[in-house]
Design a protein around this ligand. Structure first.
Ligand code: FCB
Length: 470
């Protein structure tokens, strides 16, 4: 079991008892109508490091994931080939368009554009994304590009702990806007800054593989700052971009029992650092108390004005709620708890619970001014295995149907949701899980690279064409 992706304990100071964290699953009304609106975006999401391969091609610099130790990957694999999308992107585009999808969220590898993280621009790297964008547009698929999906240039000394990385990110974003913005109109700035900060810097389960809770301050604040700087930089060179950012929003629930109030305190502490440390600065211009205490060592005058930028949409990635408990032996007394006995679990032993998605969407409506939202990731893996994927993946169809009911219900409740990107198109290299985790609508034979659509591909295609949730 991979503790680090189930729930996480954070090195934060104790939370106040006041306030109340969500306590358990909340039922939501089934959608009244199963027809999604015209113009709704239906797409898939991917990320550069997980699909491209070709790590040495055309002047790409190394990223922190290139050197992440293989013995920390469950199947000992690497992403040297992955889906070979660097060479086979036309097949990806054909599959996306072939299913009637109208949008594709991919990520741009910063080290392909700026191999040293800063300085000289690598034209060949830009060309790759230029070709991909053209191929998408030629098939009527809108490109949504994430600027940072965890493959930080290795050359940037100190990574996110170093404030300078935020400034370099602003420069990189400006290059993307200047050089690709004539055709690339939709930008997702960051992917899941919380996951990158915590798993990469406290647990060492992701690159850069560090285990130092004191790095959290920089990893959180410098990503928020980078986001603000990049939005300013992109807007300074183009005024026709829609710009958003993607967060891994997780409702924090508690273990029951007689320690209930203390468990709620743990859940609230988690919520402040995982969700609110990113939502509050962006939408409200201030960190919540626990996060503020944490980042004060790196916060400078004027930063919060940079961090709070108007955005055109918020990307929501949702997989599962998390469960927390109070534990005297854990850092800051926060420890992950098991989902309630009898809960339906996914391959990562997380609670399969569409009500958590509904809850997150309602929260954005009530507490953050009802921003325009795209679901930028949602999906589920086959049970972990080194064998072939399940092609008749009825479990995935069931998962998607139930989560899309939550989305539709939230829309009927007033949420402004414009699209849904399934994670992911093709089974790919899933970070610390390697290839044993499979989230795709399409399977891949790893020996030949041949792609085979699963049952869910046809089901999702029907949805994308009709907008009707069957
Ligand atoms: C998300 C990541 C994505 C992939 C999915 C399964 O947290 O953004 O890269 O790992 O989980």
């Amino acid at each position: 079991m991979d503790m680090t992706r189930r729930g996480v304990a954070l090195g934060v100071a104790g939370a106040a008892l006041a306030g109340c964290a969500p306590d358990g699953a909340t039922a939501f009304a089934p959608p009244r109508d199963r027809q999604f609106p015209q113009g709704f975006l239906w797409g898939v999401a991917s990320s550069s490091f997980q699909i491209e391969g070709a790590l040495d091609a055309d002047g790409r610099g190394q990223s922190i994931w290139d050197v992440f130790p293989r013995d920390k990957i469950h199947d000992g694999s690497d992403a040297a080939i992955a889906n070979d999308s660097y060479h086979r992107y036309a097949e990806d585009v054909a599959l996306i368009a072939g299913a009637g999808m109208n949008a594709y969220r991919f990520s741009i590898a910063w080290p392909r554009i700026l191999p040293s993280g800063a300085g000289a621009v690598n034209e060949a790297g830009l060309d790759y994304y230029s070709r991909l964008i053209d191929a998408l547009l030629a098939r009527g698929v809108a490109p949504y590009a994430t600027l940072f999906h965890w493959d930080l240039p290795l050359a940037l000394e100190g990574g996110w702990a170093n404030r300078d990385t935020a400034l370099r990110f602003g420069d990189y974003a400006q290059v993307v806007a200047e050089r690709l913005g004539d055709r690339l109109k939709h930008i997702v700035v960051l992917n899941e800054a919380a996951v990158h900060a915590v798993l990469g810097h406290v647990y060492g389960a992701h690159a850069p593989g560090l285990t130092d809770a004191s790095l959290m301050a920089g990893a959180i604040h410098h990503q928020n700052l980078a986001q603000g700087l990049s939005i300013q930089a992109m807007r300074s060179v183009r005024n026709d971009l829609t710009i958003g950012t993607t967060m891994a929003l997780m409702p924090a629930r508690t273990a029951g029992g007689w320690l209930g109030p203390l468990h709620r305190m743990a859940a609230q502490g988690f919520d402040e650092v995982w969700n609110r440390a990113f939502l509050d600065p962006l939408f409200l211009g201030a960190y919540p108390k626990i996060a503020r205490d944490m980042v004060k060592s790196v916060l400078r005058e004027g930063d919060m004005e940079i961090v709070r930028q108007p955005i055109d949409f918020l990307g929501v990635n949702y997989y599962a709620p998390t469960y927390m408990r109070f534990d005297l032996g854990a850092p800051s007394f926060l420890a992950p708890a098991d989902p309630p006995a009898g809960s339906e679990l996914d391959a990562f032993a997380r609670h399969v619970d569409p009500s958590g998605l509904h809850e997150v969407l309602a929260r954005l409506r009530h507490q953050y001014g009802n921003p325009r939202v795209y679901i930028t990731e949602n999906g589920c893996s086959d049970a972990f295995s080194d064998g072939p994927a399940e092609i008749d993946d009825q479990f995935r169809i069931d998962f998607l149907r139930r989560h899309l009911e939550a989305v539709k219900s939230a829309m009927e409740g007033g949420s402004d949701i414009g699209g849904y990107f399934h994670w992911t198109l093709t089974d790919n290299w899933e970070w610390a899980e390697g290839y044993r985790s499979k989230f795709g609508l399409v399977a891949q034979d790893r020996a030949t690279g041949v792609r085979t659509p699963k049952a869910s591909y046809a089901w999702f295609g029907n949805l994308a064409r009709t907008g009707v949730l069957d």
